[in-house]
Structure formats: C-alpha cells, structure tokens
Design a protein around this ligand. Structure first.
Ligand SMILES: Cc1ncc(COP(=O)(O)O)c(C=O)c1O
Length: 354
C-alpha cells in the first residue's frame, strides 16, 4: 500500500464514496459569455460589475502564492475560511459521528473540542507536561491512541501556553502513527517563533497535516484566510467537503496584496516589532508584584500567572483593557496579546495598580 492510500484508509468511507458538488466555476473554464451560474450581469449598487461573479473555488493565483510562502506544492494546499475551517473540515472528513474520536493535549486551543462536539466525535485528552514548560508527552499520546482516534491535534506554538512543541517529539509521533491516525500540527503562531514549519516534513509523512493562517503574522484576521497543507490525496478529499466558494472576491484581493513583495516585507517588519515588544512586555511584567510568573513565549501573546485572576480581569475591564482569562484550564492565569507599544503600556499600567 502506498503512503497516500494508507492515509485515505482513515477517511470516513461515506466521504470517500461521495460525489462532490461540481460548481459552475469548476466545470467551465475559458468562457467568453458567462451564462452558466445564474449570476446577475451587473452589480446594481455600483456602476460597473465588481463582485457579481462567483469566485474560483480555489483561486489558482492565491494557491500558488501560498504554496511558495509555505514551501510546498500547490497540490498540497487548500485555502479555507481561516484555519478554523480547516479544523472543522478535518473533523467532518475523518471522524464518523458517534464512533470516532480526536486526541488533544490540553491546555490548548478551544476549537478542536468544539469542532469534535459539533461532529459528534469524542475527545481524548493527554495533558502537556506543565513541569517541563508544557512539553508534549509523546509516549503518553501514543499509548492513548486507540483505533477510534483518527486525528491528533498538536498546537505549536501552543495556545495559550506560548511555547513550541519539541520538533523531534512531534515527528516521532507522526511516524509512529503512520496508517493509524492523522497528526494535525496547528502552526497559527509559528511565524513569531523564528523556527521552521513542519510543512517541510510532509513529503515523507502522508499522515501529517499542517495548518497555517494569514490571521496573525499577516494581520488579516478579518479576511479569514487559512491554509491546510497536506498530502495531495488528503487535499482532494477535503475539497469534496469544503463549501463551493470559500474565498470571496474581496478576500482574494486582500490576501494577494499581503503576499506581494511589499506586503511580505511589511509582515516581516510587523513580526519583528511584535517579537521585540513581546520581550519588553515579558520583562516588565515579571517585575510587577501582581504577576507571579510569565511563561516563555514563541507566539504573539504571553501566558501570565497572577495573584488573583478575577481581580486582575476586573481591573482591566474597568479601564477598557481586555485580556483573556484562562483560569478555567489554568487557575489564576491570563493570556495577554502583544499589542502596539502603547497598548502594552496600557497593560503594564493597569497591572502595576492591581
Ligand atoms: C491555535 C489557533 N489555531 C487556529 C486559530 C484560528 O485562526 P484563524 O483566524 O486562521 O481561523 C487560532 C485563533 O486564535 C488559534 O489560536
């Protein structure tokens, strides 16, 4: 059995058998008079047609640019509405409701368990090792993977703890789970880490999926542009499940602008500024009496242990400064996004008075 076949064995059989919806834009290429998709020939609200046509389902230019950005082939790329849609598509593609499960390593990003809940999949948890700076317990994960577990979600850098997972540990899991489960590495914040993506390992590991996004380092959270990077066979199956036109025309414009040489330079400069601010903010926070611990971060946020999270959050709210309370998973911890220098000063100002 070749590698692609072994990962396809993990896909829901009914999805494998499904005939995908064939949209008008998929079937017709190179036309002159477009009368196949029941579109309006005008955009009545303005004088010239703007957004009256359905967009390409997977705009070739954007797919090519993202493939270049992430160092993979276009056939390994699926553009989604944020990486959140990638998570949802993976759940719906691999997990049979009421039968299959995912595995997560808490504390971690909340959407994995929500997407599993919506799909009717169970969630198995193997906590990160707090005493080792929230390291991955690869052996415990391996022991916990039953035949029902189709997807293992690893977040690196991890939200909310901030640290990268050890590359060798992640790769050992991917290899050990070949033919048994898909390992999804969510790299929403990897741009802030200075470390290479695991996408380079895809060619050798068909059960690896990497999630990237333009929401964070590229400042396009409002545009909703995520990328699922996977074996071409997996991308083909995900294309059966995704909505027909996930990349609206204005979003395509915004994404292509971000990926021009000027856009890419601006993003690099923004990341450099935020990484410098992260260092300054972490050092200043660590000096405040209300702060018990600042966890090391490879991302654009800091996980901070405070003396009293309820009082701290209330102090922030009272002055209009909003952080994320993570005390449900981690008692008396809050997560603070690294903002502009001015915004970070607002954080320091409020916390210095708690
Ligand atoms: C770890 C992680 N993955 C994915 C996402 C979703 O990002 P997107 O805006 O690409 O949907 C987030 C958003 O905060 C996140 O923290």
């Amino acid at each position: 059995m070749n590698a692609a076949d072994s990962v396809l064995q993990l896909v829901r059989p009914d999805i494998l058998a499904l005939t995908a919806y064939s949209s008008a834009r998929k079937e017709s290429k190179g036309g002159r008079v477009w009368l196949d998709a029941n579109e309006n020939p005008e955009t009545p609200s303005v004088h010239q047609p703007l957004f009256n046509r359905y967009p390409e389902p997977q705009p070739a230019e954007l797919v090519a640019q993202l493939a270049t950005l992430y160092g993979v082939a276009p056939a390994q790329v699926l553009v989604t509405r944020g990486s959140d849609e990638g998570i949802d598509l993976l759940l719906r593609t691999f997990c049979r409701a009421g039968q299959d499960a995912i595995l997560i390593t808490p504390p971690t990003y909340g959407m994995y368990v929500v997407a599993a809940g919506i799909q009717g999949a169970r969630t198995i948890t193997v906590p990160l090792i707090r005493e080792k700076n929230f390291a991955l317990d690869a052996e415990a994960v391996l022991r916990a993977v039953t035949p029902e577990v189709k997807l293992v979600f690893l977040c690196s850098p991890n939200n909310p703890t901030g640290g990268l997972l050890e590359r060798a540990a992640v790769l050992s899991l991917v290899r050990a789970l070949a033919g048994r489960a898909v390992v999804v590495v969510d790299e929403a914040y990897v741009d802030f880490s200075g470390q290479p993506s695991l996408a380079a390992e895809l060619a050798a590991n068909s059960n690896l999926v990497v999630l990237r996004t333009l929401s964070k380092a590229y400042g396009l959270a409002g545009a909703r542009v995520g990328t699922t990077i996977a074996d071409p066979a997996v991308i083909s199956v995900l294309q059966k499940v995704i909505a027909p036109y996930p990349v609206p025309a204005p979003v395509l414009q915004a994404a292509l602008a971000a990926l021009t040489p000027t856009g890419l330079t601006a993003a690099r400069e923004s990341v450099a500024r935020l990484v410098a601010e992260r260092g300054r903010l972490a050092a200043a926070l660590a000096r405040l009496p209300a702060v018990k611990r600042v966890w090391p971060s490879d991302a654009n946020y800091l996980l901070v242990a405070v003396a009293d999270s309820a009082r701290t959050m209330a102090a922030g709210r009272a002055t209009g400064v909003v952080w994320r309370d993570r005390s449900k998973d981690l008692p008396h911890h809050i997560r603070i996004t690294v903002g502009t220098a001015e915004e970070n000063n607002a954080t320091l100002e409020v916390l210095s008075r708690v």
